[in-house]
Write a protein that binds this ligand. Sequence first.
Ligand code: ADP
Ligand code: MG
Length: 390
Amino acid sequence: VSSAACLPVLPGGTLGVLGGGQLGQMFVHAAQAAGYRTVVLDPDASSPAGLVSHQHIRADYTDASALVQLSRACDAITTEFENVPATSLAALAKVRPVAPPAVAVSIAQNRAAEKVHFSHHGVPCAPFAVIDSADALAKVGPTLFPGILKTSRLGYDGKGQVSVARKDDLAAAWEQLGQVDCVLEQRLPLDFECSVIVARSADGSIVHLPVQRNLHHNGILAVTEVLPGGIAADVAEQAIDAACTIARATEYVGVLCVEFFVLEDGRLVANEMAPRPHNSGHYSQDACDLSQFDLQVRTLAGLPLVPPRQHSPAIMLNLLGDLWFAPDDAQGTTPTTPNWGAILALPGVHLHLYGKTQARRGRKMGHINITAREATQVLNTAREVAQILG
Ligand code: ADP
Ligand code: MG
């Protein structure tokens, strides 16, 4: 019996998620709002999603008996992060509908595999070389410099990356990253960065959110803008086509985010993909009639997929743990709290906090979505919020 035969899972059923971070929490909120019970598997007793779920199985992602417990408790199962062992997903998929498919997750776990996947399906990516041995390192040609050396696995928010100006610096950079498998990418001249969320269901229907424009600080997403005319229509169309192609290529089911670079010469280059909702899609919670988490619920449960509509221009501001410390407090010894009262007094402000008790520099604590009828109003409010945050 094909596990997909058990779809749809109607409201009243139980949906499970591997991982208890903020993305899992927002999935749980969306699932519960639609009438589902939820189960979270995460080893951390105080994980954001575990705290709000009907049930929290506190165990490791490879714990065989926990996986059995999860599959028995749930009608369908998803993941909120790509570093869940693909073997765990594959084991669950034998007995329950699992989305996304293990094959897409294993591609997204490895930067080299990701780039091969993109290129194979006609989506351009940055020129790169795989650095997995001293031999491979010695053979790298001069055209990739200046470049960025990135660990093939487990990199996020700019972690596991070293800038490499010249070939002479490559060996030291690789040493700095512990000589694990890496890709060396050519540093490209970026005009801006954008990403797009697509959702594909088991019957092959596919929908997307509008293409969003992203600003990073120190390798971490800081701001997402989804304003009218923010991205030229032909560039947006290319990005949507590429993301849909990438999703179809793995018979993807679920929510997929593809990040792109738009180069100074106007070319669109795929950077990476996330087999799950993405930080850059959070604006959809308040600016669209279906959020990326609603789409995750629908694709997982096999409910009808209808095209989402953006009803307000929007800006999303990420709230990092740094905001919980005074700017002159380098050690982070004197915790403060952002002035929520002043921020919430502004119209069109939607505060989302993940309930993390411990603030750390660079840690994602929450985000603010700002909406209004007019883009200029969104921009003005965003400036005011930024000023209050300091
Ligand atoms: P992460 O998994 O940490 O998000 P990314 O590969 O997306 O890693 O890199 C983080 C950021 O670094 C990108 O959003 C972009 O701003 C910058 N960056 C990464 N690769 C390149 C590149 N080849 N050329 C120019 N900038 C890059
Ligand atoms: Mg990235």
